[in-house]
Design a protein around this ligand. Structure first.
Ligand SMILES: N[C@@H](CCC(=O)N[C@@H](CS)C(=O)NCC(=O)O)C(=O)O
Length: 203
């Protein structure tokens, strides 16, 4: 069976970027397919993701949607990579907490805030996301390590999820790079992140 991962995304900045970075970390052959704006809501793409969003992935006979679920499922097939903190590992609870903080609590609000700032969403989104981000981002920044990784003394999907939100937060000016660079710069230097152009919007 081919291990090629077919990835559908708009470009390098949308959530397909998380999967692209992961594929490079794992050395998976990648077929990177770009979807034009509008195509994501129509067949044939909507046959892959009926919710009309990117990313979608075809891999090992599976059609996968939802970036965090995709990354977890793919990484779990490579336990030796250590990208997932497995049940039974001491850092499991902290790993799940960081993943949820970024992927559930912060990510959507950051995306909506940024898109509203570019007038790609109605201005109301600026108002509804502002208070939440202003309260929570400083707490997250204060709890970030100043070097190394979030958990388990190794790079995990929690760091990849964190990087996506931090990149958005720095890009939008919510977080100063100086405040997070001890943690973020080493992630930006990872060859797989560079190959995926994951940080190109803030480099
Ligand atoms: N929770 C989903 C969110 C997917 C999502 O909202 N993708 C955006 C791009 S980053 C999108 O496709 N937006 C187009 C639209 O909503 O019409 C995931 O992580 O995959």
């Amino acid at each position: 069976m081919s291990d090629e991962l077919i990835l559908y995304g708009f470009g390098v900045n949308d959530r397909s970027g998380k999967v692209r970075w992961l594929a490079h970390e794992l050395g998976l052959p990648l077929d990177d397919r770009r979807i034009g704006l509008g195509e994501h809501r129509q067949a044939p793409y909507s046959d892959l993701n009926p919710y009309g969003m990117v990313p979608a992935v075809q891999w090992r006979g599976h059609t996968l949607i939802e970036s965090t679920a995709i990354c977890t499922f793919v990484a779990e097939q490579f336990p030796a990579s250590g990208l997932v903190v497995a049940p039974g590992e001491p850092a499991r609870a902290a790993y799940l907490q960081w993943c949820a903080l970024f992927a559930e609590t912060l990510e959507s609000r950051l995306v909506e805030n940024l898109l509203a700032g570019y007038e790609m969403l109605p201005p109301a989104f600026l108002e509804t996301t502002k208070g939440s981000l202003e309260r929570r981002l400083p707490v997250m920044v204060q709890r970030l390590p100043t070097s190394g990784f979030l958990v388990a003394d190794r790079f995990t999907l929690a760091d990849l999820e964190a990087a996506y939100s931090l990149r958005l937060a720095v890009r939008a000016g919510h977080v100063e790079m100086e405040a997070v660079q001890g943690y973020l710069r080493p992630l930006m230097e990872r060859p797989a992140a560079k190959a995926a152009a994951f940080f190109s919007s803030i480099e």
